[in-house]
Design a binder for this molecule. Structure first.
Ligand code: MG
Length: 467
């Protein structure tokens, strides 16, 4: 946990982390425990990663499911309506359900298909069936948890209950969403969400408190779950259990997907929490770079990483503007180190598509390259998680090189951030000193920029940690 992380990194981490968890877990849904770890005993950083797609229905690697589709409907409604407009949100859910999404929870389908208005449909279904404490409202609540976090504990927990109640008439589901909102609120503030569990439980409606306290207790384990897989209690219980045990975003996600069962939803919930804790820089770039999907009933737009980051910023109170870098004179690609090429934004954008591209800046329109990793490093001295991001980039580069790919490293100008990674490669892979690596790159890449002192400091830490 890094208290220095900027709030915007945590907000983006929560939203992207939840979508990443959904897409990562989806191929393993309803499978037995241990499948993920058996298939991926070590991190898969080459062209094919743990984002393997498939499953039923067949999905592309990185494609998210109904969890994220509904979350994005909630997020866009909150932004476009300037707050919670339950009728509008229900209507968006309705249009989605009517379009026949490839996966939709049973309760959600029954409620949205009932033809009843937003303020009675879920309550009616609960009164009739008594079944409503599924995890289908918890799985989609990360955007709302970001949006209401600044309003304080009571307001965010109340909003969680109201949004849950649109499809889940059982107040137990709403209480689970309320606890989740509170844990995300604390994490976005830089606090420890695990320490926030007891006060969150104290704010749970009394008749539901004990059951929630059971699954959120420090000694609870997934084997102790007494409810079925799709129920709301073990879903949040498993996510919090993994957050207690894992020491990184990737480890938390591995733990939950390896539990088997409702893997996409549990990983979406765990990913939202872990993303808020570890921030955007803690999410492996090989996962974040490929996350994508459409929202049935809501046009052909494909949501990708940059769209999720923008939505998170808007939910957190920033401006939601699309990024257009314009057209810039191309620099590169040029081979600077054996097998490793450098360029600027448009040099990379229009390069041959068999390059494995490592992007270090914002892009605007997506690139056509099939192998493309995106790590957003700011061109200044304020990257809180620079060491982790640099290590993640270099690890992926090493794996892709080992598979024989030509690498193309670039940032907007091809100067400072590109230079950081090229120098880092030489320090780590070739055993050079920072000074030698800098001189080596400067000789071969005249665009090298050295204005960020924190980059050179990070390289010195890398040199010392090399051992
Ligand atoms: Mg799903």
């Amino acid at each position: 946990m890094s208290p220095r992380l900027h709030r915007s990194s945590r907000a983006a981490g929560a939203l992207v982390g939840s979508a990443v968890g959904d897409a990562l877990g989806a191929p393993f849904e309803f499978g037995p425990p241990g499948q993920f770890g058996a298939r991926f005993p070590t991190p898969a950083r080459g062209a094919e990663t743990e984002m393997c797609g498939g499953g039923s229905p067949g999905r592309e690697p990185g494609e998210f499911t109904d969890d994220t589709q509904m979350a994005l409907l909630a997020g866009t409604s909150l932004v476009e309506r300037g707050g919670l407009d339950e009728a509008d949100l229900f209507d968006r859910f309705l249009r989605w359900a009517e379009a026949g999404p490839p996966d939709i929870g049973n309760q959600t389908r029954a409620v949205l298909g009932s033809g009843l208005p937003w303020d009675v449909a879920a309550a009616e279904h609960f009164a009739r069936s008594g079944h409503a404490a599924g995890n289908g409202s918890l799985m989609r609540t990360t955007p709302a948890a970001i949006r209401f976090a600044r309003d304080g504990r009571e307001a965010t927990m109340d909003a969680a209950r109201r949004i849950s109640a649109l499809t889940h008439g059982d107040p137990a589901a709403g209480e689970g969403c309320a606890v989740y909102h509170e844990l995300v609120r604390v994490a976005l503030d830089g606090g420890d969400p695990l320490a926030a569990v007891p006060p969150a439980l104290a704010a749970v409606a009394e008749e539901h408190r004990e059951r929630w306290a059971t699954v959120l207790a420090p000694d609870w384990t997934p084997e102790r779950a007494s409810e079925s897989d799709g129920a709301v209690w073990p879903t949040l219980g498993q996510a919090v259990w993994a957050l207690r045990r894992g020491t990184s975003f990737a480890e938390v996600l591995r733990l939950v997907v390896d539990l088997g069962g409702d893997t996409d939803t549990v990983a979406a919930v765990a990913g939202g929490l872990a993303g808020a804790v570890y921030g955007m820089g803690g999410i492996p770039i090989r996962w974040a770079s490929v996350v994508h999907g459409r929202i049935p009933g809501h046009g052909d737009r494909v949501w990708r990483l940059a769209d999720l980051q923008q939505l998170a910023a808007a939910l957190d109170g920033g401006a939601q503007q699309s990024y257009d870098p314009g057209v810039i004179p191309r620099i590169g690609p040029r081979e600077v180190l054996p097998g490793i090429w450098a360029g600027n934004l448009d040099g990379a954008r229009y390069s041959e598509e068999d390059f494995a591209v490592i992007s270090l800046c914002r892009l605007g329109e997506p690139f056509p390259h099939p192998v493309h990793r995106m790590a957003y490093i700011a061109d200044d001295d304020h990257n809180a998680d620079l060491d982790a991001m640099l290590a993640d980039v270099l690890d992926d580069m090493a794996a892709l090189r080992a598979e024989g790919h030509r690498l193309l490293v670039h940032c907007h100008g091809g100067a400072s951030r590109t230079g950081l990674v090229l120098r880092g490669w030489l320090v780590r892979e070739e055993g050079m000193s920072v000074e030698a690596a800098t001189a080596y790159v400067a000789e071969r890449w005249p665009h090298l920029g050295l204005w960020n002192d924190s980059f050179t400091e990070a390289l010195h830490r890398l040199e010392r940690s090399r051992g």
